[in-house]
Write a protein that binds this ligand. Structure first.
Ligand SMILES: Cc1ncc(COP(=O)(O)O)c(C=O)c1O
Length: 390
């Protein structure tokens, strides 16, 4: 409210800025998982990833590499729904009949070991194969045409997919070899969710830039951002001088109220040691999720920090899924809600858990008591209606 009274709105065009934008940017730079020099604000996670694409294109033009423009994302990745970020998203429902993806947006493998490992393949063999497939794709496309790779540390909307140990190290070795810019989409994992300030730190990722949204303002205001390293910034400044302007920006870029909320949110994360809080609760949360694997409906249970999911299956040993039309994931969500818990079902009967970062230990226990009741009820229904039949 204070910010609404002070400056409810001002734009940031023509070299203008304001204190709250500077404060939010400085706070973000101080905690970013790479050497960030500048922060470019926008309104949503989708816009952030659209900006990433535009900045990478602009940068490569500035460097005199007009052919280095393709972006590689991953199947089941989620990066938003605007034209460019929707193209990076690797989920059929976000493409179909929207004429996406646009040209030059490619999708490599999803690192979901439980679903996509070959019979007998170890995690190490699996990640080596995925890195090899990525390298083959880059060579096939011609490395001089591949500009960037984008990945969420943990895939969110695609099923809470936690990559096996060593995955990002192998992927990054390939990116480095072919001079491919690495964007970490921290829209879900950013700000303590995985037990570090950023998911990049949890998974040993060394991105060139991050996209942030959601928890940047604790989601209390639509504000998002991308970080830019000094080298990229300088190249873009030179290009903009040639052109006469940097022709990009939104009316609401770094909206003063959003920037004030973001700056305050980042201050609170630090003051309340939100990373420490998540870390202290992570073993309890992860333990609860992992124990759900014993339930007859659950084929796979996975969690990291305060983010987790269960994948429901008709047959545990063959990992056979339920008929999608049976809506088993949605049934668990509805049953959980009857017991006072809001959870979300994702495609493939995956039920995701993503509680508020300030949740207390007892509330985690309550949360999973409700999950157990919901699973038992749906299991009873599955048995009664013979829904396991192949
Ligand atoms: C990883 C990730 N990136 C980008 C987005 C898009 O953000 P928005 O919905 O704010 O456009 C989301 C949204 O859920 C997301 O989870």
């Amino acid at each position: 409210m204070e910010q609404f009274r002070q400056i409810p709105f001002t734009h940031t065009f023509g070299g203008k800025s304001h204190e709250r934008a500077a404060e939010a940017a400085e706070r973000l730079k101080a905690i970013a998982p790479h050497a960030a020099s500048k922060v470019l604000f926008c309104g949503s996670g989708s816009e952030a990833n659209d900006q990433q694409v535009k900045l990478v294109w602009y940068y490569n033009n500035a460097l005199g590499r007009p052919n280095k423009k393709k972006i590689i994302a991953r199947q089941r990745g989620y990066h938003g729904v605007t034209v460019a970020s929707g193209s990076l998203t690797g989920l059929p429902a976000n493409h179909r009949d929207f004429d996406l993806p646009i040209a030059g947006m490619l999708h490599t493998d999803c690192p979901h070991y439980y679903r996509y490992a070959e019979p007998g393949e170890t995690e190490d063999e699996f990640t080596t194969r995925l890195a090899k497939n990525l390298e083959d794709m880059i060579i096939r496309e011609d490395p001089d045409t591949v500009a960037a790779f984008i990945a969420e540390p943990i895939m969110g909307a695609g099923g809470v997919v936690i990559p096996p140990a060593g995955y990002f190290e192998k992927i990054q070795a390939v990116l480095k070899k072919y001079d491919i810019y690495f964007i970490a989409d921290e829209v879900i994992c950013g700000f303590a969710r995985t037990g570090n300030m950023f998911g990049s730190q949890t998974f040993n990722m060394k991105p060139d830039s991050i996209s942030v949204a959601k928890a940047l303002s604790s989601a209390y205001f639509p504000i998002a951002a991308v970080t830019v390293a000094e080298e990229m910034y300088q190249a873009m400044i030179d290009e903009s001088k040639k052109i006469g302007t940097f022709g990009h920006g939104f009316t609401y870029t770094a909206h003063p109220v959003g920037a004030a909320i973001a700056a305050k949110t980042l201050e609170i994360y630090e003051k309340r040691n939100i990373v420490g809080h998540v870390r202290s609760l992570a073993p309890r949360f992860e333990g609860h999720v992992e124990r759900l694997a014993e339930h007859p409906l659950v084929g796979h249970a996975r969690a990291k920090g305060l983010l987790g999911a269960i994948e429901l299956v008709a047959d545990k040993s063959s990992k056979r899924a339920f008929d999608a039309k049976a809506g088993i994931g949605a049934a668990v969500v509805a049953a959980a809600q009857r017991h006072g818990l809001i959870v979300r079902a994702l495609a493939g009967d995956i039920v995701a858990f993503c509680p508020p970062l300030i949740i207390a230990a007892e509330q985690i226990d309550d949360m999973f008591a409700a999950v157990h009741k919901a699973l038992d009820e749906v299991e009873a229904q599955v048995t009664k209606e013979g829904l396991r039949a192949a």
